[in-house]
Design a binder for this molecule. Structure first.
Ligand code: SF4
Length: 121
């Protein structure tokens, strides 16, 4: 017996914010409705099967009370977000930090680097 499921998402690919309904059968996308354009179809399919997120956070800088803002250079699997945030929170870097510096390489084995989005003082 197949496992049919319907999941709801809001497309974030443009400000229209279309409400998507993604139908899955045994984890395979069989239909996407509610999308106003093909980008929404692709978004719904991806979100239902391999959701990913860009993670933003702060990293402590030794000797500076102001942390630097950071982000992953590309999205990481959604199920890794908590681990990525924990790894970033456990990191302290030495100054100076420049925008674009890799502060946590290959975070949590995702193959994605965490880079600075603000320079240290
Ligand atoms: S489905 Fe298309 S029109 Fe609708 S929010 Fe997504 S990108 Fe915009």
């Amino acid at each position: 017996m197949s496992d049919v499921e319907r999941r709801e998402f809001t497309c974030v690919r443009c400000p229209m914010g279309c409400s998507l309904t993604v139908s899955l059968d045994d984890g395979v996308v069989t239909d996407v409705t509610g999308n106003g354009c093909p980008r929404g179809h692709a978004y719904g399919e991806h979100e239902a099967t391999h959701p990913e997120r860009v993670v933003t956070s702060l990293v402590r800088v030794a000797g500076d009370f102001r942390p630097v803002s950071v982000k992953t250079v590309s999205p990481v699997p959604k199920e890794c977000v908590a681990d990525v945030l924990a790894a970033v929170a456990a990191t302290t870097v030495e100054p100076p930090v420049s925008i674009g510096d890799v502060l946590v390489p290959d975070v949590c084995g995702t193959g994605v680097d965490v880079v600075a989005t603000r320079a240290s003082a």
